[in-house]
Design a protein. Structure first.
Length: 273
């Protein structure tokens, strides 16, 4: 097991984080599977070190999104009312409770390439089915407490590697009858509080670790990966507008299935050798 994060790999994974976080393809799956498929040393890092690095990437991406979507975030904040507060609170509670109770168990048992591939497949099926059957008549202004609970359950399911928070919340919003553009907006609005809260909590743990066991090489790799993720996310924010158009989620579901198929094939090959 390695205890050094190569800077070039950190930069490459930071660049990968931007588009995979913005699209419903699961950034966590790509952070797990791309290094494993490529045979990078990142795949052999100490689990705590990988977790620390991924906290930095998620925090960097969240910061870039908050800046890029500042007008939308400001509008949503200034127009908060009882209905919107209930929507956000109920969308936040399920992933927060499940994450606090089962974070270690999920990481220990569901963080393998094969289980991540299963998560990709399950999320793909949910996305494709919900998108195909949705009426798309409801505007996001109608979203209330019950919708928030559905979105919260979807975010809790997304704690399973490969499912994708973006994909799960899009599927939930489409299943509740929202149009594609409104479903994307709802997905962003409920995801950002979860990302920011989780990053803040895990960031404090990372800060304590760095203060206790300062490692200049690790700090450099974390900073390089974080900077790469910020730049990548900022450059890819236009993707949000592309996804919001009235386009089917089927291409993303197909891509996820193809990636899962590659992983399953590699697992079988490894099992035979």
């Amino acid at each position: 097991m390695r205890d050094r994060l190569p800077v070039l790999q950190a930069i490459a994974l930071g660049a990968l984080q931007g588009p995979t976080e913005l699209l419903p393809v699961s950034s966590s799956a790509h952070l797990m599977l791309v290094p494993w498929l490529a045979g990078w040393s990142y795949a052999e890092l100490d689990p705590e070190l990988r977790k620390s690095f991924e906290v930095v990437l998620h925090g960097a991406t969240a910061a870039a999104l908050l800046v890029a979507l500042r007008e939308e975030v400001a509008e949503a904040t200034f127009n908060l009312d009882r209905r919107r507060v209930a929507l956000i609170a109920l969308s936040l509670a399920p992933p927060a409770l499940l994450g606090l109770a089962c974070e270690r168990t999920i990481e220990r048992h569901l963080g393998t390439p094969l289980t991540t591939a299963v998560g990709l497949i399950g999320g793909s099926a949910a996305m494709a089915l919900a998108d195909a059957r949705a009426s798309g008549r409801r505007p996001r202004a109608e979203a209330g407490a019950r919708d928030g609970l559905w979105l919260g359950v979807a975010q809790a399911c997304a704690l399973i590697p490969g499912v994708s928070r973006n994909g799960a919340t899009l599927a939930a919003a489409r299943a509740r009858g929202f149009g594609r553009a409104d479903a994307n907006a709802l997905s962003r609005h409920v995801a950002l509080p979860v990302i920011v809260a989780a990053t803040a909590l895990k960031g404090m743990r990372l800060g304590r670790r760095l203060r206790r066991d300062w490692d200049g090489a690790l700090a450099l790799a974390l900073a390089a990966g974080g900077a790469s993720a910020v730049c990548s996310a900022a450059a890819c924010t236009r993707i949000i507008r592309q996804v919001e158009r009235e386009r089917s989620l089927a291409p993303y579901a197909t891509y996820r299935l193809a990636l899962a198929g590659i992983v399953i094939r590699r697992v079988r090959q490894n099992a035979r050798t």
